[in-house]
Design a protein around this ligand. Structure first.
Ligand code: C2E
Ligand code: MN
Ligand code: MN
Length: 403
């Protein structure tokens, strides 16, 4: 089986372009040893490279390329398999796009084709190459500075905790994690995450219940979330609470109960956001929609949680438009290195802009993920990079500062 990997990257400022020839000569002999074909395009700033050959050899070479300090902002565009070699002889060939016109380069690459007819089909690898040569996609090449450009500084004195906060009716606790706008240095909301009395996970907490009891526990627990948030000093920040969509459907008068508890806690419905996950909405969606109308009629906002992790995806938005969408960590992780994830993010951002839906990136752990997402147009973030959830409290935020 033949593996093809395509990536693009930026040449570092400090690397003299003259050294490229030497680099290519070395890669040429190495690739030959491993039976790998390499085509390298360079436009004066960006590299585009296609590697084709036996799977282990291509992956080994690619891993070493990822470590190479001469380039950065490396993004994997394609990782695919093919029955036979598309491009000619093994080795490495460099095409400097500044020295040839576009058609000449494309023709030269085509001429390398092992069997020419294969390359004339709508082959993804070849289409990627064409796109790079005609510079069709370059407005999406964000240049992300290195992670150590930033420091993340938390002022521990900003944290507030109420460890002894008593609510004898409740067998649960809550941890809070902020959702922030890092450049505005503003907390946009706090999310309440349910815990067992000893700080155990939501899964652990809910595993104690069977049948419909889980839905009642889910709704009732929110009373503590509201009170705790008020006493922690939420002020006019917003508060996000998680609910199983079925909790709204299965518990009679769930919305009325929530509204009473919000008022009794000293909060107002307009500051509350209810988060539900996408894959649970699909079943009993008509009944769920009726409960959502009641929430919205009372002034409560709705966020779609873990977007991209389920199976409904963008098609769900044709039936149901929340106020906010939280992009699942599965898509956020390593977004700065993945062409497919970047394409998905661009599509979500564009779609949500057309629908005036606010987009939040959740599970942000790396500075590079955050910087890429900011460049793509996202301004609200949640994740360990900025703050871990704090049991019985609002944690301090590690705000990014330029070093
Ligand atoms: P969620 O609503 O998507 O909450 C975010 C989860 O991701 C939290 O886990 C949080 O601790 C974790 N997280 C935050 N930042 C990062 C990060 O940078 N990296 C990683 N790896 N994880 C991060 P937690 O608290 O264990 O909650 C898990 C899920 O349990 C929640 O996911 C939510 O779906 C559910 N849940 C939490 N509280 C409630 C509740 O009161 N009712 C219901 N029905 N579900 C709840
Ligand atoms: Mn959530
Ligand atoms: Mn989530």
């Amino acid at each position: 089986m033949l593996t093809t990997i395509i990536y693009r990257s930026h040449l570092h400022d400090h690397v003299p372009i003259k050294t490229l020839e030497d680099m290519v000569a070395k890669a040429n002999s190495k690739n030959k040893n491993f039976d790998v074909t390499g085509i390298l395009l360079f436009d004066g700033l960006h590299f585009f490279q296609l590697l084709e050959g036996p799977r282990d050899a291509v992956q080994g070479i690619y891993q070493r390329i990822c470590q190479d300090a001469r380039h950065h902002n490396l993004v994997e565009l394609m990782h695919d398999f093919a029955p036979e070699r598309r491009f000619g002889k093994v080795g490495m060939e460099l095409f400097d796009l500044r020295e040839h016109d576009k058609d000449t380069v494309l023709q030269a690459v085509l001429d390398k084709g092992t069997s020419r007819y294969q390359l004339t089909y709508k082959d993804r690898a070849l289409q990627f190459l064409r796109t790079f040569v005609v510079a069709r996609d370059k407005e999406n090449y964000f240049e992300i500075p290195p992670a150590n450009t930033w420091e993340f500084i938390a002022d521990e004195a900003d944290a507030t905790e109420l460890i002894d906060f008593a609510d004898t009716l409740q067998d649960c606790r809550f941890a809070f994690q902020p959702i922030i706008d890092p450049f505005a240095r503003r907390v946009t909301s706090y999310e309440a995450l349910i815990r067992t009395p000893t700080g155990g996970s939501p899964q652990e907490y809910f595993s104690a219940f069977g049948g419909d009891a889980i839905y009642h526990a889910d709704i009732q627990s929110k009373s503590l979330a509201f009170k705790l948030a008020y006493h922690l000093g939420i002020g006019d920040h917003r508060l996000s609470v998680n609910l199983l969509p079925m909790s709204l459907v299965a518990v009679p008068n769930a919305v009325d109960f929530l509204l009473e508890e919000i008022e009794a806690s000293g909060l107002i419905p307009q500051q509350i956001i209810v988060e539900v996950t996408e894959n649970e909405i699909i079943s009993r969606s008509d009944e769920f929609a009726a409960e959502v109308r009641k929430l919205k009629a009372a002034g409560i906002s709705l966020a779609l949680d873990d977007f991209g992790a389920g199976f409904a995806g963008l098609s769900l938005l044709s039936k149901f438009q929340p106020d906010k969408i939280k992009i699942d960590r599965e898509i956020i992780r390593d977004v700065h290195k993945s062409g497919p994830k970047q394409a998905i993010m661009h599509a979500i951002i564009k779609c949500c802009a057309s629908l005036e839906i606010a987009v939040i990136a959740e599970g942000v752990e790396q500075a590079e993920e955050w910087m890429w997402l900011e460049a793509a147009g996202i301004s609200q973030f949640q994740g360990f990079l900025f703050a871990y959830p704090l049991l019985n409290g609002f944690p301090s935020v590690a705000w990014p500062e330029i070093k």
